[in-house]
Write a protein that binds this ligand. Structure first.
Ligand SMILES: [Zn+2]
Length: 330
């Protein structure tokens, strides 16, 4: 049985080489001792996938009925009732084990997977989601898992189903369409005035959903800029909330790349329609990355190119908000 205490600070550089391997061992052991998890990963092998060509790119749909609890989660309930939080140790299935990461986080196999590698990185203590307060950890975990994984963060009211408990997720690297398209999108990026020899910041408006990219080898410079960005995003955020965002992060050639999707809302109007017009989606980082999860077969079958464009348009910041961001960043 794997030791479920793996302390980054004690292991220093060695961890980077062993963490991916240790996660693989955890996953294989969890499949043996937790039939529920094994079944969910087997279901994923037969999940239907459909591609929709949209402009110069492709958006994939995945029919994944196991995701219904996440997609249809009552966010307000999870924000106010930590005793029901499924990420807290006391409420987890007895079979679920993890690997401790540093003093404050633990890595768990996700029992409702979207991709063949899917881990949840959970703060040990029940603490509200806040990326600006946990960005260093997010970057450190990303570089330690960088060989095989892309990390992501879903903010509260941005697709996260447990917004009351700080967590990240890790999935198979370079599978999302935006990761495949990224280099071809780069010529259209608008460079920010915050770019310098240590950090590159750019804005993109030609990919159906607006996004901001940060690239740097310096954690210090990323954290400094992100604090600045957070202040700017707060100007277009209701008081008292973290700016709405989804963030994808990967690590390649000794540098981090964060793709930040600023948002306006948790769900598009399609979610609240009745009858045939209803489409049950709660877009989060993976969906904005180009893989839209549909827990209902009928939605998987009927979603059109126009629906995809409209869903992205509705949850992204408005063109006016993006112009405001551009005026502050460029
Ligand atoms: Zn919790």
């Amino acid at each position: 049985m794997i030791n479920n205490i793996l302390n980054r600070e004690n292991q220093k550089g060695a961890l980077k080489d062993t963490l991916c391997a240790d996660l693989n061992i955890l996953f294989e052991e969890q499949k043996k001792e937790w039939p529920f998890l094994k079944q969910k990963f087997e279901n994923l092998n037969s999940a239907a996938v459909r591609e929709i060509q949209v402009n110069n790119s492709v958006v994939k749909l995945q029919y994944n009925p196991d995701r219904i609890h996440s997609t249809a989660a009552d966010i307000d309930k999870h924000l106010v009732e930590p005793k029901e939080c499924f990420l807290c140790v006391s409420n987890r299935p007895k079979e679920q084990r993890g690997i401790q990461y540093g003093k404050y986080f633990e890595i768990l196999c996700n029992p409702y997977p979207i991709l063949k590698d899917h881990y949840t990185i959970v703060k040990l203590k029940h603490t509200s989601q806040s990326l600006v307060l946990h960005l260093k950890e997010f970057l450190n975990i990303t570089s330690d898992l960088g060989e095989k994984f892309t990390l992501f963060y879903n903010g509260p009211r941005c697709g996260a189903s447990a917004p009351g408990h700080m967590h990240f997720q890790a999935i198979t690297k370079n599978v999302l369409q935006i990761e495949k398209d990224f280099d071809s999108l780069r010529p259209d990026f608008v460079k920010s005035k915050y770019s310098n020899e240590k950090i590159s910041v750019s804005l993109s408006k030609n990919y159906l959903r607006y996004f901001i990219t940060i690239e740097s080898s310096s954690i210090k410079d990323i954290v400094l800029f992100f604090k600045q960005l957070n202040i700017i995003l707060k100007k277009i955020t209701p008081p008292g909330q973290e700016p709405l965002m989804n963030v994808l992060c990967n690590y390649e050639n000794d540098a981090w790349r964060l793709i930040i999707f600023p948002r306006t809302k948790h769900r598009p109007t399609h979610y609240f329609e009745m009858g045939d017009k209803r489409i049950v989606v709660s877009p989060a980082a993976v969906d904005l990355g180009g893989l839209i999860i549909t827990p209902r077969r009928e939605d998987f079958d009927k979603i059109t190119k126009e629906d995809v464009i409209e869903i992205y348009r509705q949850v992204s910041v408005t063109s006016e908000m993006f112009s405001y961001l551009t005026s502050k960043l460029v």
